[in-house]
Design a protein around this ligand. Sequence first.
Ligand SMILES: Nc1nc2c(c(=O)[nH]1)N[C@H]1C(S)=C(S)[C@@H](COP(=O)(O)O)O[C@H]1N2
Ligand SMILES: [Mo]
Length: 345
Amino acid sequence: MRNIRKTPVFLLRTQNSLLNILIITAVCLGGCTHQPSHEQLEVWRKEAIARNAEIMANNTKSSQQREWNLVIQGETKTNKTVTLNWQQLQSLATTHLQTTDANYILQPDQVFDFRGLPVSTLLQQLGYQPDVTEVTFMAYNSYQVTVNLQDLLKYPIILAIANNGKPISRNQGGPIYLVFPHSQYPYLKQQYPESFWVFYVSNILVGTEPIRLRVGKRQLHLADLEKLPQITITENVGYRSGWPSGKVKLHGVRVRDILAANTLSGKIIVQGKTALSQNNINSVTLASADIKNCDILLATKWGDNKQPIPARMGGPLTLAFGSDCQAQTNDLRWVNFVEELVIKL
Ligand SMILES: Nc1nc2c(c(=O)[nH]1)N[C@H]1C(S)=C(S)[C@@H](COP(=O)(O)O)O[C@H]1N2
Ligand SMILES: [Mo]
């Protein structure tokens, strides 16, 4: 604490600066040599808090725009992850689309001038494997929709980053908003109503990715998982998106069978797609007792005929809980797009 006391308040401004300021104020109250008056301290404290709030607001504003990446994965020509940063998106977003906004219910006939990057351009540049029939768009809040590939190739459906010449604000679905040419194509209006207009798009999946699971330093593929004991549970899927309602069969392997025996003492974080995992929206921590005692599954297939789980259902890999877990695990949240088991010893 002694050296902190000598540091000017404003040099200590970090993410926790407000807290720092309060701590320093408290420290000085107890022991500063030239003790300022209570009133003076109160003025400084208020100034510091106001300036702090201003800096934080500016940081959030610019970093939200600057750090917003668009991640494209799945069955592209190279099967490699492509990340477009904000600057690249700006220079690619040259297509204008005049259309109504399906979410602007105040004036449903009002036409907006959206500027963005056509999904067809992305698909043509990155390519797609011959068996691909659909593309899944995912948002920062884990919302997802799946659109037919042919429709994306045929119509100017765009990833909009500006509306009427201005960046799209968060409450209008920005910074990246999936926009369909409703005004031009009644077919699209009928096929892709407002629920398809995804706000804050963060990830795009072309078709479905192959299974790739990181476990510590290991990288497992479907063939590796298929060597482990296979089990089937019949459950209601615990997240929205793409599944038939009611109970479905899920086939896969138990988390405990994937882990080496010596890692079974700690906790396991089940990590879904990273852009969706911010604020832990798409990750769950499992306690070792639960992993040992109940059926916690990574599902690789579903249904009577054991089909692979497509991206539209959160596949290829999904964390699932058997009903026997109900009594034991507190956090039973299912995780879609599972990519990693993080071992916390
Ligand atoms: N990222 C994101 N986009 C989204 C949604 C959402 O929850 N998250 N909801 C969809 C649905 S179901 C509708 S009807 C419209 C409007 O959603 P709202 O009523 O929640 O604003 O946005 C669509 N786009
Ligand atoms: Mo909706």
